[in-house]
Write a protein that binds this ligand. Sequence first.
Ligand SMILES: CC(C)(COP(=O)(O)OP(=O)(O)OC[C@H]1O[C@@H](n2cnc3c(N)ncnc32)[C@H](O)[C@@H]1OP(=O)(O)O)[C@@H](O)C(=O)NCCC(=O)NCCS
Length: 169
Amino acid sequence: MSIEKSTLDISMKEISNFEISSIFSMESDSYPADEAASFDMLTYRHKEAPDLFLGGYMHGNLVGFICATRYHGKELTHESMNMHIPNGESVCIHSVVVKRNQRRKGIALQMLKLFIENVKSEQANVTGILLICKSNLIPLYTKAGFELVGKSHVVHGKDPWYELKISLT
Ligand SMILES: CC(C)(COP(=O)(O)OP(=O)(O)OC[C@H]1O[C@@H](n2cnc3c(N)ncnc32)[C@H](O)[C@@H]1OP(=O)(O)O)[C@@H](O)C(=O)NCCC(=O)NCCS
């Protein structure tokens, strides 16, 4: 039986230290080896910006996550993936992941909507939410409210990346 997308009961909250191993497993299972964040990088992002590292839960079970850091520029750069500037004007999303056996039920879309609302209500002085993705996933992000900026300057792995943005000004 398929789950009606409109009845998905997804909630998001900050992950705990104990969940980083599960998050790392999901990250490694979801991105090619040259794109997946290392355990140390995920730990760094969680330590620096726990309020931007949110797990997605369905019936109390972790089914996905979104993690981001803040950055001082208006464009998502390679540098932004490796740092967090607490008062940076941009929220840069680095990972959007849903467990492999839970995909195409609308979970990522719901997580993105909740994440965006959380940034709007909890993060001060943010002018935009930025991310990069491959061409096939542009519709996921435009459905969540992002606008396509164009081809990104970031080189990360072998495919071209596209930058998308939600302006909050
Ligand atoms: C990308 C990912 C997060 C999508 O999660 P999901 O919960 O399956 O996505 P949703 O069910 O919310 O999809 C909503 C819409 O986004 C688009 N979409 C989602 N996954 C897609 C895919 N693999 N290819 C093309 N379009 C896709 C579709 O338009 C979909 O609507 P539809 O199912 O009615 O066609 C998930 O496949 C994943 O974790 N992938 C590995 C990590 C990754 O690549 N993350 C994105 C980094 S930019």
